[in-house]
Ligand binder design. Structure first.
Ligand code: 5GP
Ligand code: ZN
Length: 114
């Protein structure tokens, strides 16, 4: 998608503090962190949100979640844990329309969200 911020990060057109990259996904620090650890893991392919996921893309989401927990552990969250969040569309609080899994950790987080 030409005007998608996260597609631009994938293409290297705008900077992102990358943590991990392979042929199908990218992880980078959130520009406006809400916790000491706050990064995003995204598919490189433009999928707008989780409710647009095709059945054959479900394994990709599993691999993204698996990588998210590996990276969370590598960034110091193995013992304390972390929160893995996918916001979806307006009611879910999604502001960037490219599927992404937030990983937040490094402090105790409240529940439920406001
Ligand atoms: P959402 O509200 O869609 O679930 O989360 C979007 C997240 O993307 C927000 O936490 C926001 O801070 C982050 N974000 C928005 N634009 C950029 C950007 O250009 N670079 C990075 N690294 N993060 C961004
Ligand atoms: Zn995109």
């Amino acid at each position: 998608m030409d005007d998608c911020i996260f597609c631009k990060i994938v293409r290297g057109e705008i900077p992102g503090r990358k943590i991990y990259e392979d042929d199908e996904m990218l992880a980078f620090h959130d520009v406006n962190p809400a916790a000491p650890v706050h990064f995003l893991v995204i598919p490189k392919r433009h999928i707008p949100h989780v409710m647009a996921l095709e059945k054959d893309e479900a394994p990709l989401l599993g691999r993204i979640l698996y990588k998210a927990q590996e990276l969370a552990a590598a960034l110091g969250c193995a013992e304390g844990g972390a929160r893995f969040v996918i916001n979806c569309k307006a009611d879910g609080g999604q502001t960037v329309d490219h599927l992404h899994c937030h990983v937040l950790g490094g402090r105790a987080l409240g529940w439920p969200p406001g």
